[in-house]
Design a protein around this ligand. Structure first.
Ligand code: GDP
Length: 367
């Protein structure tokens, strides 16, 4: 049996199969001595953090480690996919540690949205989900909005202790950390990696002025996000890149909206009313009669109704129906990772369809 190769940077076992997992190195790197994984290579040469994903056990190990460590936790969520990117178990592990909650990708929300209202909504939703953050921020890691404020808050709340940045994959954690590195350390500083206490998992360690460090924990996979059910090209279509332009549909009873071929909303009863869709501007929305919807889906999935593209249809799990009666005014019907549909008046009965395994839920309206 061949000997295991270890990265000299992070200590992870070198592998050449999966770029998204710990220890990945392109085959050409194996000829070099010493061997370094792609993630450490990029960190060393470009001061750039690259995300790797973890198994559920790794995730529990990380949470456990954070629970035992002393410091400030910065939890990043994707404001476009708040519930899908939430990390439900975190509050049980953080104990009495201070948590700052950071909603990233605020640039995607329509410009008319009041940020104070969104942060209030985040605070309340966090509390309902069992987490009491010390403070809540909205940022755009891409555009740089709000980063200085978060950095000031991190410095204030950490009390000269370490900082742990956590978040599930795709929330923009790497983009956020790379921004902080640029703002805080400048180019010349060396970033190191270190082992997480009690586990073999490495974390990126960014030294802070007073001898403490900011740790980037590996991204955690949340299985209920639509992102895990589509391929890369389709993911590009459903991931909004710019400010979302809400699309309003005045629906009669017994009408259906298809969101590409990935989700569907049947309006069953409640009188003619508007439904406001907040999804990627590039996602095609098709309206039809409910009577025709099943047949249309069967005939046109992968063509008129895409994503998914034709070649990927077979891998998409079947759509599952979720029945809801909207009892509160201003309710969002959320399709995890795809977006949401807002209904302003109570009393509608709807059926929301999403691929088996993708989270669908109601919440108080974000906007
Ligand atoms: P990670 O998996 O959490 O480390 O996420 P990445 O930093 O790799 O980002 C995931 C995706 O979100 C990429 O396509 C980024 O371009 C995008 N992204 C990151 N930050 C922002 C942001 O502030 N706004 C928007 N619109 N997209 C962002």
């Amino acid at each position: 049996m061949s000997e295991q190769m270890i990265c000299i940077g992070c200590g992870g076992t070198i592998q050449t199969e999966d770029e998204t997992k710990i220890g990945y190195a392109p085959p050409s790197a194996l000829e070099k001595d010493p061997i370094i994984c792609q993630r450490c290579f990029r960190l060393k040469h470009y001061n750039e953090v690259q995300d790797v994903s973890l198994t559920d056990d790794d995730f529990l190990n990380i949470l456990h480690g954070i629970g035992q460590a002393d410091g400030l936790v910065v939890k990043i969520v994707d404001i476009f996919d708040f519930n899908g990117s939430w990390l439900p178990g975190l509050h049980r592990f953080v104990g009495k540690k201070d948590v700052l909650l950071v909603g990233n990708k605020v640039d995607l929300l329509p410009k008319s949205v009041k940020y104070e209202k969104v942060t209030r909504w985040m605070k309340q939703s966090a509390r309902e989900l069992g987490l009491q953050p010390r403070d809540v921020f909205l940022v755009s890691a891409n555009k740089g909005y709000g980063i200085k404020e978060v950095m000031a808050a991190i410095d204030e709340y950490r009390n000269e202790k370490d900082v742990y940045v956590v978040g599930c994959t795709n929330v923009g954690k790497s983009t956020f950390i790379n921004r902080i590195i640029k703002e805080a350390t400048g180019k010349g500083n060396v970033i190191t990696t270190s082992y997480f206490p009690g586990t073999t998992l490495d974390m990126i360690e960014i030294p802070l002025d007073d001898g403490s460090a900011l740790y980037d924990t590996p991204g955690i996979i949340n299985h209920h996000q639509m992102a895990h059910f589509v391929d890369k090209k389709d993911l590009k279509v459903i991931t909004p890149k710019k400010e979302i332009k809400p699309k309003v549909y005045q629906l009669n009873e017994q009408q259906t909206l298809f969101f590409g071929g990935l989700a569907r909303l049947d309006y069953v009863s409640g009188g003619r009313r508007p439904f406001v869709c907040y999804m990627s501007n590039e996602l095609f929305i098709h309206r039809t009669k409910r009577d025709h919807a099943d047949e249309l889906y069967e005939k046109h999935l992968g063509e008129l109704l895409q994503p998914p593209r034709k070649s990927y249809c077979e891998q998409l799990p079947p759509l599952v129906a979720h029945h809801f009666t909207l009892k509160e005014p201003k309710t969002d019907i959320v399709f995890s990772g795809l977006g949401w549909v807002t209904c302003h008046e109570p009393g509608a009965h709807v059926v929301a369809y999403a691929p088996k395994g993708v989270g669908v839920m109601l919440r108080r309206s974000l906007i």
